[in-house]
Design a protein around this ligand. Structure first.
Ligand code: ADP
Ligand code: MG
Length: 265
């Protein structure tokens, strides 16, 4: 409980910081990334200055990533909810440039999806939900050091009253998103901390911002949902997210997606 409160306070502080400076920083940084690009275009391939200039550009891009995550956190409160289907979001993600870039970086990682043929809708913020999905999948890929698999699945689930009273969910219809990986797992002492803003085991500012799971946690909270993590060193990690289905829960048939649909890219 204490952990929960502390995290909530940190999230609030990050939200305030983000709202205040992230927007200006974002504009400022476009120069830090843009000008080196311009220089690189005009320098001959052999110019010794190319390397340090590329360094400036790379650092600028890392800063942009941090600021983008901060902005996502800052926009949480003002996000407009709309009828959203998680299958559609998964589908869109699997066809996105982000996903193809990730696959190129992690050629040894296999992806498997199992989407409910007919998934209930939720009332949600597609931007935050997509970003959360991206964060979960990039963490999963980064946790796989050799070969491994990432499983993404969706399902409809009715939470019964007796389960509701003992757990953290109210009785009713939910959409369940599961992201599982066969990666290195999370040590027990870190489990409670992974959702904290700026908690990272990666090289801060290089491969990690420590904001990915904070975005996921905040998003799940905002949607009245619940997130559960099962993990252990060498056992891989499973994130299970319950999000309440909309009251006007229309069963929406979504295109069934086979791995072949996106493997070819
Ligand atoms: P970042 O990825 O920038 O480090 P995140 O907030 O996304 O920040 O994640 C925080 C930390 O949680 C990671 O550094 C990692 O130690 C741990 N983590 C999150 N997801 C996983 C996973 N699927 N497997 C192993 N560790 C994970
Ligand atoms: Mg991450």
């Amino acid at each position: 409980m204490e952990e929960h409160l502390q995290r909530a306070r940190k999230m609030e502080a990050v939200g305030a910081l983000a709202g205040g400076v992230a927007h200006d920083l974002n504009n400022t940084l476009s120069g830090v990334v843009g000008y080196p690009e311009l220089l690189l275009m005009n320098l001959p391939e052999t110019d010794p200055l190319r390397k340090p200039i590329m360094g400036i550009k790379k650092s600028g891009e890392k800063a942009v990533a941090i600021v983008q995550d901060l902005l996502t956190l800052a926009r949480r409160g003002v996000a407009v909810k709309e009828i959203t289907n998680l299958n559609t979001l998964v589908h869109e993600y699997l066809q996105s440039t982000e996903f193809h870039t990730l696959k190129a970086f992690h050629a040894e990682v296999k992806f498997e999806t199992q989407l409910a043929p007919s998934l209930l809708n939720i009332s949600g913020s597609p931007i935050h939900l997509s970003k959360s999905l991206m964060n979960l999948i990039s963490n999963a890929a980064e946790a796989i050091k050799d070969e491994g698999t990432i499983f993404v699945s969706t399902a409809n689930r009715y939470v019964e009253q007796n389960e509701a009273t003992s757990g953290n969910l109210a009785e009713g219809d939910y959409v369940v998103l599961t992201v599982r990986d066969t990666g290195e797992g999370i040590p027990p002492e870190d489990i409670d901390r992974i959702f904290e803003p700026f908690f990272t085991k990666k090289v801060m500012g290089r491969s990690g911002t420590g904001l990915g799971m904070a975005v996921v946690w905040g998003t799940v909270e905002d949607h009245g949902g619940h997130i559960d993590v099962r993990s252990g060193p060498g056992r891989g990690t499973t994130f299970t997210i319950h999000l309440p289905a909309t009251r006007e829960a229309v069963l929406q048939p979504t295109p069934t997606l086979s791995v072949a649909d996106y493997r070819g890219h």
